[in-house]
Design a protein around this ligand. Sequence first.
Ligand SMILES: Nc1ncnc2c1ncn2[C@@H]1O[C@H](COP(=O)(O)OP(=O)(O)OP(=O)(O)O)[C@@H](O)[C@H]1O
Length: 808
Amino acid sequence: MLSDSDSDTGNFSESPRKPSKSFDIDLTVDLESDSLATRSSSSRTKGNSREHKVKNLPIKDVSECTRVLHEVFGFSDFKGKQKEIVEAAYLGSDALVVAPTGMGKSLCFQIPAIADKRGISIVVSPLLALMQNQIDSLRQKNVEVASLSSQVGYSEQHEITRQLQLLDPPMKLFYTTPERLCTSEFKKILRTVHKNHNFNRLVVDEAHCISEWGHDFREEYRRIGEIRKQFPDVPIMALTATATDAVREDIIDSLGLDKGRLFLALHQFNRPNLFYEVRYLSSPQSHNQMSEIFDYIMTFYNRRGKPSTGLVYCRMRKTCDELSAFLRGKGLNARPYHRGIPSGALEKTLKGWTKNEPGEPDAVDLVVATVAFGMGIDKGDVRYIIHYDLPKSLEGYYQETGRAGRDGLPAKCILYYSREDSLRVKQFVRNSDPHRVGKNGKSPTHDQRASLSLEMLIKFAENIKTCRHVSICRYFGEIIDDTNSESLKTYCERMCDVCKYPDKTKSRITKLSTIDDARNNVPRRQDNIVPQGSTKARERGADTEGEPFVSSKDSYGQQTYGAQKRSGPDYPENFPKKSKIALAPALVTKPHKSAPGLTKPFKAPTCVRPQAKTLPHALPPTLAQPKPQAEAPQAIPRSLVSRPLISDIDDNMNGNLVQTEDRGVSPALDLPLVELFWDPEHSAKVSVGDRRKQFESLRRSLHRIFTEPINYLFYWEKLSDSELDEDQRNGVLFNAAVELELSALSLSSTLDGYTCRVSSIKDDIKSLFHNGVWDSKDDDVQDVQEVIASLRRCLPSRSKGKGKQRSS
Ligand SMILES: Nc1ncnc2c1ncn2[C@@H]1O[C@H](COP(=O)(O)OP(=O)(O)OP(=O)(O)O)[C@@H](O)[C@H]1O
């Protein structure tokens, strides 16, 4: 067998360009140089100084790949298009591999890397856990592999860096993150590796992260294309499980893949062994849902006669903690998994789950996880995957359910769906950072892309006519003729609720609440709630005589908040009869002493509360002031002083911020006085009394954080570029409470749902104590980010620098 690793970059006659998949041409040998024509590309050789020219290179023998498959991995046959992909890569083609979860994409680059007689494949991977998983598995097979990440100690990093630059480095594969790959120090190392003819190929795993259309877009992934520019002769292989046409195009463009010589391997997306089912909820009622999940798991165990490995996905960390505690309390061997848990505990959970042998002491049957648990988790016998709530995209859902049944045996995928939850996710997506605009204006903005994918997921969930398998595959671009029952059978043989029990599914969907999207037009506080009489209000045509808050905008659609109808128990008798404004929020108010523009403060007679004593230092006076520890003790409200300090907060396994916070001695805070008016007309589902109560508790939660004795300066600085005076700060907190309460109301169709929503927002507010959440982009702190966004929207306009910076 003849072989060598890094061949010449172009000192051979140009082999004719053949379309994708015809990599047999790649075997063409340049007689002059004896090197393979596999790297040939005029575009790639441009700018290359031919330092790679190596004479008398032997032809590569692709049977080497099969040998590796048998001897290193112990498999008798290739799966899917593995053989073609592996050989094309071995021979030096660029390759784009789109294959369903569990197909065996890792082998597509591991085999050629091992088959290469010398040199290294550099693998870019988005997650440390994913890398570690592959590294561990390769080491078990005695494959030399290395990685550089923050988890590697300094001296080891030094040693690995040295080895990488040897003339004959020991490792076959080197794993790194996109962030490290693009640093100038690492590029310097790469230059040496390349100069030594050891840079065999670049592998981009989970390549959908490159795409602006991808659900997991990662800014740093976009920069990987720089490697193609700097090392044009180095072949690139990109792999993903979820690439629509748009994502594929984006990957090819961004990485600069050579379309003329690209090996494109597309597989069917269908996972016929997965049973998809959607369970409809009238509204998210956590206790019922948790009990139902417990019952489901127990029934499943009983049917199989033994515990089975499973996964429950939740969007929020705290739901993971609560649900896993609930299930553990009921005797199940469940553990939470999210980024708020220390890495040691996560490793233990992962190990217990991956190596799960029921009955073994450290075995974990069930992991309750956020999306942090996913990519790269390769366990064959996962028998069920439950989505406690709605993921943010169809791609995400497909990838997460893809963890099930990787051994080819049947597995169940259950999605809990309620319209309230879908509205909530929509709101997240809509409000998520919209600053990323597509390359050359070609791609849509981030929120358009994300909204589209979410919309498709919602359609998938609510569609009870089309087979779930077909819906998914169509989303990824497969053309399926649903009039042909034979071809449909290849997708689904009664392996989804729609196909297996259509009538039951039809009756189940009637449970969904009738809440519709129009209700989700939660007004942006700054846009539509204006203190009566203020300049802004006047500009918008506010009634300075009596209507407290107004909006002249009609973009709030069907919202009919405000002073439109004058009746009901809470409605003041003497409220002015004339109603000028059609659209205004239900809650109208004026923060005490704030809003200097208020020339005629509105007094709603029935709603004036008893004069609360306002402590002078309920909010710290200015940002420039010395830290409050130095202040006289009486300057800080007693209830705050007695609260635990930030350093006491338990940021461990269960992220028990809530508990710690609840240890505070007094829940009562003396807040600045406000005058309130609530329109009962628009509080049909939830009484004015309940709303007032919940509003006050939201407001209290906000005040606790932003008067927090140790860190409040940090919080205010995070929110605003400029200093705010006391009135302004009171105004911000007040307005944010208004906005958050409205948001909870608009996303709920029952009192229970509303109360549950407010309590969840309060937990999010408490999470602001964790300094890390302020700048976090993690999916599972998105609720907290929503609270921050709300606060920023409520800043006076001149101090909105931070908010703008985020979204510009
Ligand atoms: N040729 C093969 N024969 C048998 N099993 C294989 C073969 N190739 C891969 N596998 C097994 O299939 C499983 C899935 O492989 P792998 O993790 O590479 O999938 P993947 O396509 O990367 O999935 P995901 O996108 O979900 O990460 C692994 O357990 C792997 O050992």
